[in-house]
Design a protein around this ligand. Structure first.
Ligand SMILES: [Zn+2]
Length: 352
């Protein structure tokens, strides 16, 4: 099967659903990460490698453009390393990072991804979808999972591209129509996951850095969980991929404060929200495989035979977390494509 993860910046793929991607790639599925922007407006967030930037001297004097070019070059190298670690294929969509405005009401820079004509974004994504022909697309929810203009633009583009790729009348020059079976939103953090980590830290006599974050959590921003994917064996891979983005990730950050073994024990899954489901069948509770219930290939132009039924072949002992999630009755909700006013409970680390 084929999984396409659409992300805003280089490094997002290594923090949002990364262990799941690594697992599916390791199990022989094709996994492609599509990164919408080059991350040109990212800042160096890891003091330990701040000097690395100096090794990329401006080629045409010091200017914002030269700084962005240096950052893009650095991040291309980091992204290549992260993709190799995760074992995934990688494509750039080719847009320019919009940057994170100090004030969300500020306009995004001209020529940036979030300012691009929506149809241009959708067409570029449709090109990739029709070439790669994924069975599942993973991206962000309507709040971006993190309120960055590029994350919101990624959500809008990916949802439109999901439908447009299957529409023979849309972007006919982009190739043969392809109907992707499902679209999921990644959940970077959930309250349950944070609470499990927090409790596990305390249980093991460790100081938990998560108390404040949990105390300030707004339940109104909670998202439904419709799939929990076992991938704890790939948590170390995820961390290595994240650290490959050395300019963006401080190894001393809170992000790495929960010991790996403890994460694996306390919460062995990454969690997803099923936003669009064209399989024609309904999930029986919380899913344990993103490819579950996909019964045919999505080539709707009559060119290819169906791919048959996918069998979700992860053996293992029942996971108590899955049962707990099922008890809570994680409900599907229809895809909402406009940003809501709900809080996002975005991660506190400055990293994106
Ligand atoms: Zn991002």
């Amino acid at each position: 099967m084929r999984l396409l993860a659409i992300h805003a910046h280089p490094d997002d793929e290594s923090s949002k659903g990364a262990a799941t991607c690594a697992r599916y790639a390791a199990e022989g599925h094709r996994v492609m990460v599509l990164t919408c922007t080059g991350g040109e407006r990212g800042e160096v967030l890891n003091p330990a490698v701040a000097d690395r930037i100096e090794r990329y001297p401006p080629r045409s004097g010091s200017s914002p453009e030269a700084d962005m070019a240096r950052m893009a070059e650095l991040r291309r190298a980091e992204m290549a390393e992260a993709a190799a670690i995760l074992g995934v294929e990688h494509r750039w969509l080719g847009f320019v990072d919009s940057g994170m405005p100090a004030d969300p009401r500020m306009p995004v820079p001209a020529g940036s991804f979030a300012a691009a004509p929506p149809d241009r974004v959708v067409e570029a994504m449709v090109d990739v979808v029709r070439q790669f022909r994924p069975h599942v697309i993973v991206t962000y929810d309507e709040n971006g999972g993190y309120p960055h203009p590029d994350h919101l633009a990624t959500h809008r583009g990916a949802v439109r591209a999901f439908y447009a790729a299957a529409d023979p009348a849309a972007f006919p020059r982009s190739g043969r129509p392809w109907r992707t079976s499902k679209l999921y939103y990644t959940h970077l953090v959930t309250k349950d996951r944070l609470a499990a980590f927090h409790e596990a830290m305390l249980h093991h006599g460790l100081e938990s850095p998560l108390a404040d974050w949990l105390a300030g959590w707004d339940d109104a921003g909670n998202r439904p969980v419709s799939a929990r994917i076992r991938c704890e064996r790939y948590y170390a891979t995820r961390n290595r991929a994240l650290l490959a983005h050395a300019s963006q990730v401080d190894p001393a950050s809170e992000w790495f404060s929960v010991p790996l073994e403890l994460q694996q024990e306390a919460w062995p899954t990454e969690d997803f929200e099923l936003a669009i489901d064209l399989t024609g069948s309904a999930p029986d509770g919380v899913e344990d495989c993103l490819f579950a219930r996909i019964t045919d290939a999505g080539d709707i132009s009559g060119g290819l035979p169906g791919s048959g039924v996918h069998s979700c072949a992860l053996a293992g002992t029942p996971d108590p977390n899955l049962d707990r999630a099922a008890e809570r009755g994680a409900a599907l909700r229809p895809a909402l494509h406009t940003p809501t006013d709900l809080p996002t409970n975005a991660p506190r680390p400055s990293y994106r």
